[in-house]
Design a protein around this ligand. Structure first.
Ligand SMILES: Nc1nc2c(ncn2[C@@H]2O[C@H](COP(=O)(O)OP(=O)(O)OP(=O)(O)O)[C@@H](O)[C@H]2O)c(=O)[nH]1
Length: 322
């Protein structure tokens, strides 16, 4: 009984992964129950007899995705048939309108009666991929404000730096810090402070999406922005729009005067990355300008263009709110 065809078929049909066997021409010669059931709801369901009349390689060759997935699979299987490799595997997304799904496809050959067959197994790895996505998100996004965190910012800055060097483009970096935020926390409470940070981040993200710059919560009540290939005249206008938008949120602030609104200060630097300037130089300069904005009364952008010799060549102050 245990060695009977019925027994082996029942075993293979009980496997949750989708399994098919093709011959050396690519014709499907066997599919298990999961393979037949796969695709329910997307119009792909076929009986095992219908599958038996399909050439898997032809299907792969004819699949018209931009990602080249079908061509990669066909090539991988042909290499197995020719004996050039012993295993082929590929991971791929297969989302439905309502569900994110990923599969891993593993193909292994076996020989019987001088003929080569390939076993194709599709395994659902959605749970693992979703967990990986969640971990990746936790590592790169700030849990309070749901915008990028400092780690993501550092990575993005490095990538932007390389992009600017390669393309000989300018890079703008801004550091923004909320004004007298300790006073707001002390007066209205930490929860109110948290709510403000969420509102501020939301505003910043909206502007970042609209104007195409990158923003992150750098830490505490400090945020950072990056632009590549944009002149400082534009980035300055976008910083100014943020300050105006922030004031427009009318977040109550207890200091410097009662019944005032929360404001922020920004240090903005434009530079052209080269071997003579480091990322640390850019940070130092943006920080120095932010400090200057605080010293000069807050609620303003202080900006400069960093020359090749690391000196500010122009400094202008913007006070956006009357
Ligand atoms: N509610 C809340 N407060 C935070 C968070 N992170 C940092 N802060 C607070 O932000 C405040 C920053 O205070 P300071 O560095 O003294 O600066 P400031 O009061 O904003 O003053 P200036 O920067 O000089 O305008 C501190 O009270 C921190 O506790 C947070 O996640 N939530």
């Amino acid at each position: 009984m245990h060695g009977s065809i019925e027994f082996l078929k029942a075993v293979i049909d009980s496997i949750a992964s989708q399994l098919a066997v093709i011959d050396s021409q690519g014709n499907i010669v066997y599919v298990n129950k999961s393979w037949c059931n796969f695709g329910t709801g997307s119009g792909q369901k076929k009986s095992s007899i219908e599958w038996d009349s399909i050439n898997y390689l032809t299907v792969c060759d004819g699949s018209s995705g931009d990602d080249g997935f079908g061509a990669d699979v066909a090539q991988g299987i042909r290499d197995l048939i020719k004996g050039e490799t012993n295993e082929f595997q590929i991971e791929y997304p297969c989302h439905t309108p309502t569900e994110k799904r990923w599969f891993i496809m593993r193909c292994t050959p076996f020989d019987l009666d001088d003929e080569r067959f390939i076993v194709i197994v599709h395994q659902d790895v959605s749970q693992r991929k979703l967990a990986e996505e969640a971990v990746e998100r936790l590592a790169r996004f700030d849990s309070l404000t749901d915008i990028h965190n400092r780690r993501a910012f550092d990575e993005h800055l490095e990538a932007s730096w390389s992009e600017a060097i390669e393309g000989q483009l300018s890079l703008n970096l801004a550091m923004m810090d909320l004004d007298y935020f300790k006073r707001l926390n002390d007066f209205y409470g930490h929860q109110a402070g948290d709510d403000c940070l969420v509102q501020v981040a939301g505003l910043l993200k909206t502007l970042a999406d609209k104007h195409g710059f990158f923003c992150a919560r750098y830490g505490g009540e400090e945020f950072a922005m990056i632009w590549v290939g944009k002149p400082i005249s534009s980035t300055l206008a976008e910083c100014e729009a943020f300050l105006q938008g922030l004031y427009g949120l009318q977040i109550p602030q207890s200091y410097p005067a009662n019944a005032s609104y929360l404001t922020a200060s920004i240090g903005l630097v434009e530079l052209t990355p080269s071997k003579d300037i480091t990322i640390e130089d850019a940070f130092r300069q943006a920080d120095a300008l932010l400090y200057q904005a605080k010293q000069e009364g807050r609620n303003k952008v202080v900006h400069c263009v960093l020359s090749e010799i690391h000196k500010p060549v122009k400094t202008t102050k913007i006070t956006p709110i009357a």
